[in-house]
Design a protein around this ligand. Structure first.
Ligand code: BG6
Length: 506
């Protein structure tokens, strides 16, 4: 793989948690694979007044806690590429000093104007920083390209997302704006494209004629931890579905792109999001279920309910669980229901998509009811990344009894290398200038537009219940009613790809 051109990566919010836990360890992993540019610097900016040395020490700690590098000397070479400065990002004047220091680093290292600006700050600064950068001319490209990466959440609803987009587009072209969605950086999410389009066997079946329904689950066993303050203003629908899971839907439901070009792929995923059937106000109560985790005892340990978490209103109605049934109104998917659910404090951490194929039109064998729905393709995004095909086989012995069997592939069998983290992939892509795995403005807007009626109703309609569910369970039972056909239910995935069942070992 070619190394990216020489450049500087500027991180706003460099004294924050994301930089220490994810960004710097991922950049270090790229360094270890010799994938960083020949001439490269990371310039951190933050509100904390620390020296460059203190910043390097803190990042060293971040690397040793969050990467599996054994050689202690290695981080030192890498750490020399790091610089730090205090900035008040809201003050346009501060940028003059910052620009001077940036020029100094460029001259010292012989790096021209190529710059990535990474915004790992509170969302209130996502409009302000790019505007202030532009005021200093740091969006112009005479001396080299400029790109700006915006962390999630991109907006709070359709209106605020549009405002943010308009504000960015005043000074930056769409191809300079990289909206990060770390799910798109996950190897196994990208593998959806390969599974579908590198194999002739799946694509002919990938439509309404053969697929009964599609189910996507993203479960977490942790609660909101120290992020209660942020989560209160977000909730599961904004935090996971608007971005990560709808992007996964885009990849699962898209038409084959003509090429692997960024626009070719994103043109197809956006069409899916624009084809989501608009949700009517009167159906929200039955097709969108929300829940909140309650205190409980998990494996003998008492865990707090959401309303008892730090930073959370004791009467909060913010959902920590959301499930949704919807349709993609296009030729391929006409009439095929999609079910999505996500939640915190569920029994295990797992993300997967299940393609449920239609049963055979005529039953020859004495199949148990479960075998009616036995043809499933499970695409496991995490953990135990892989693909599982479930189908019916003859039980040995007399007669023709059919039972469910599994054929599974584990990603770990493919290579001895550990799977690169999402941030590793996404940071490298932004440095190369490949935006394929970043969300385009029109896709983000389409996702907000689709969910806006639900967000409004959940905010304003007191008749819509927030169901409590004990921590450590699979969420409110009402979510089962979304899948109303007899014999059908959600899959209850376990840590290991091939296992399932509500009570299996988690
Ligand atoms: C983040 C959400 O975007 O994704 C978190 O804000 C969530 O609430 C996280 O925990 C899940 O990411 P992953 O990669 O652990 O599935």
């Amino acid at each position: 793989m070619n190394k990216p051109e020489n450049q500087i990566l500027v991180i706003f919010g460099a004294s924050g948690d994301l930089t220490k836990r994810k960004l710097i360890p991922s950049l270090f992993a790229l360094e270890m694979q010799n994938l960083l540019p020949e001439k490269f610097a990371i310039f951190g900016l933050g509100r904390t007044e620390i020296t460059c040395e203190e910043f390097r020490d803190s990042m060293k700690e971040g690397i040793s806690n969050n990467s599996d590098v054994k050689d202690n000397k290695k981080p030192n070479d890498f750490l020399n590429k790091l610089y730090y400065r205090f900035i008040d990002a809201t003050d346009a004047e501060s940028y003059k000093n910052f620009k001077m220091k940036l020029d100094e680093i460029r001259n010292e290292l012989g790096i021209k104007g190529n710059t990535v600006f990474y915004l790992s700050t509170p969302p209130s600064l996502y409009g302000v920083i790019p505007e202030n950068l532009a005021k200093c001319g740091l969006n112009t490209e005479e001396d080299g390209w400029k790109r700006v990466i915006i962390e999630k959440p991109f907006g709070y609803d359709l209106k605020t997302a549009e405002e943010l987009n308009n504000s960015l587009q005043k000074n930056w072209r769409e191809d300079q704006i990289y909206r990060i969605d770390h799910y798109l950086g996950k190897e196994t999410v990208q593998n959806v494209l390969v599974t579908r389009f590198a194999n002739g066997i799946f694509e002919p079946l990938w439509n309404r004629n053969y697929i009964h329904h599609i189910e996507i689950t993203s479960a977490e066993s942790i609660g909101v931890e120290k992020r209660g303050g942020y989560y209160e203003g977000s909730g599961a629908l904004r935090d996971m579905i608007q971005n990560h899971l709808l992007q996964v839907v885009g990849l699962i439901a898209m038409e084959p792109p003509a090429s692997m070009d960024s626009d070719a792929i994103r043109n197809e995923t956006v069409k899916v999001l624009q084809s989501l059937r608009p949700i009517k106000d009167e159906e929200i109560i039955s097709i969108a279920i929300r829940g909140q985790y309650l205190s409980s005892s998990i494996r003998g340990e008492k865990v707090k309910g959401y309303r008892e978490e730090d930073g959370v209103n004791p009467e909060s109605k913010t959902e920590t669980y959301a499930a949704l049934k919807f349709y993609v109104d296009n030729w391929r998917w006409g009439g095929v229901p999609f079910y999505i659910r996500t939640g915190k404090r569920l029994p295990t951490r797992v993300t997967e998509a299940v393609i449920h194929f239609k049963p055979t039109p005529h039953h020859l064998f004495s199949q148990k009811a479960e075998c009616d729905t036995c043809n499933q393709l499970v695409i496991r995004i995490q953990p135990d990344e892989g693909v599982l095909l479930k189908f019916g086989m003859k039980t040995p012995g007399a007669g023709f009894d059919v039972q469910n069997v599994n054929m599974d592939f584990h990603y770990s069998d493919l290579s001895h290398q550990s799977i690169p983290t999402a941030y590793e992939r996404l940071l490298l892509d932004s440095m190369i200038g490949d935006s394929t795995l970043y969300a385009r403005g029109d896709a983000v807007m389409a996702a907000w537009k689709f969910l806006n009626p639900v967000l409004n109703a959940w905010k304003n309609d007191p008749q819509i219940p927030v169901y409590g569910y004990p921590s450590g369970t699979w969420g409110p039972e009402h979510a089962d009613d979304l899948i109303e056909e007899p014999g059908m239910s959600w899959r209850y995935p376990c840590k290991n790809l091939a296992d399932d069942g509500v009570y299996c070992e988690l």
